[in-house]
Design a protein around this ligand. Structure first.
Ligand SMILES: *[C@@H]1O[C@H](CO)[C@@H](O)[C@H](O)[C@H]1NC(C)=O
Length: 336
């Protein structure tokens, strides 16, 4: 806590000043007091190293909404709904001095539509080191929680980890990838941390952020987008309300969503369901261009078209949406 840190610093300073005053007439006491002050100072620095030398958890770090907005605009393509919801959710949460619960976002959509990418951008906007930060934690079910017969072990572990990490940094970020591969029930272990409690066993989780990523619901989103496209309507006119309710019900009733019959949905503990739309040919081209620019090379429209033409598109007749979104763009670009 920064306030505790400041208090500690002030106390040490007072001791040092006192030592100086005493030093004038009491050599033995002086040695003792100075020694005591020094060991206090060392202990304090050990527990609170200056931010220059190691990463600091600044709960009150000002949140730069404009930077996040620009990042999303520049790097994320074809996702007007996701951009809007993420920006609104984070800005509201970070500007609230006393949130009543942790922020919980559930990101849904086909592979390659930008869910991982967005969670990285969000993590970085909260902790500059992004996924490499000590305060950002990524859980991958197939890696961290692989065995179906060890669910209760995983639940204990998860509770312990989250409690430990939030105690160390209140604004910790937890990202759960591949929620659709998480065994049903595991995630309910963290329910108390997402609920409206002021504290759970002496720890407040209200400044933490939980992000779930899932392919589940991708089929529903695609169907809605396709219906819209077939009706000749503009993709950018698709509204969140057209998708959000359908998504939460669909995910709740999907056995392979990681949130199947989950108390998190049942109790309304997920603040936002964020839909990622399937990507069209023009969006794939945008991804290729961005990747070229990121590599510092000039944009060659010939190569852009060639890479985009190599992708496969669905449905069979209309070929509107890229099957893998922008997922294989990087490796294909290597090839060209
Ligand atoms: C924080 O979470 C990580 C997993 O990401 C875990 O390995 C570590 O033990 C946790 N830290 C504490 C203090 O619980």
């Amino acid at each position: 806590m920064p306030s505790a840190g400041r208090l500690g610093g002030a106390a040490v300073l007072r001791l040092l000043l006192a030592a100086q005053a005493v030093a004038a007439f009491e050599p033995v006491t002086t040695t003792l007091v100075v020694g005591g002050a020094l060991s206090l100072l060392t202990g304090y620095l050990y527990k609170n190293p200056p931010c220059r030398f190691s990463e600091c958890c600044l709960v009150e770090r000002p949140f730069d909404a404009e930077a996040l907005k620009q990042d999303l605009e520049k790097k994320l393509f074809g996702q007007h709904l996701a951009s809007e919801v993420i920006l609104k959710a984070l800005t509201g949460f970070k500007n609230n001095k006393n949130p009543k619960k942790a922020l919980t976002l559930s990101l849904h959509g086909w592979t390659g539509t930008g869910k991982n990418f967005v969670s990285q951008i969000v993590a970085q906007s909260l902790h500059p080191k992004g996924l490499k930060s000590n305060f950002v934690h990524l859980f991958i079910p197939t890696l961290h929680f692989p065995h179906e017969n060890q669910i209760s072990l995983y639940q204990d572990q998860l509770q312990k980890w989250i409690r430990g990490n939030v105690s160390a940094c209140a604004s910790s970020v937890f990202i759960f990838d591949e929620m659709d591969k998480l065994h049903p029930g595991v995630i309910d272990a963290i329910k108390p941390f997402l609920d409206y409690y002021e504290q759970v066993d002496g720890v407040s989780y209200r400044k933490a952020i939980f992000i779930f990523l899932s392919n589940a619901g991708g089929d529903l989103i695609t169907k809605a987008a396709l219906d819209y496209w077939r009706a000749g309507k503009k993709r950018e006119d698709l509204q969140l309300k057209d998708l959000e309710a359908m998504l939460s019900v669909g995910v709740f009733n999907n056995k392979h969503s990681g949130l199947w019959h989950s108390g998190l949905i049942h109790k309304n503990l997920i603040d936002y369901f964020v839909p990622f739309l399937p990507l069209e040919y023009r969006h794939v081209k945008m991804c290729v261009r961005a990747e070229m620019q990121a590599r510092g090379s000039a944009v060659d429209e010939d190569v852009v078209s060639r890479v985009a033409n190599e992708m496969t598109f669905s449905p069979k007749d209309e070929k509107v949406y890229s099957d893998k979104g922008c997922k294989t763009v990087q490796s294909r670009l290597d090839f060209h």
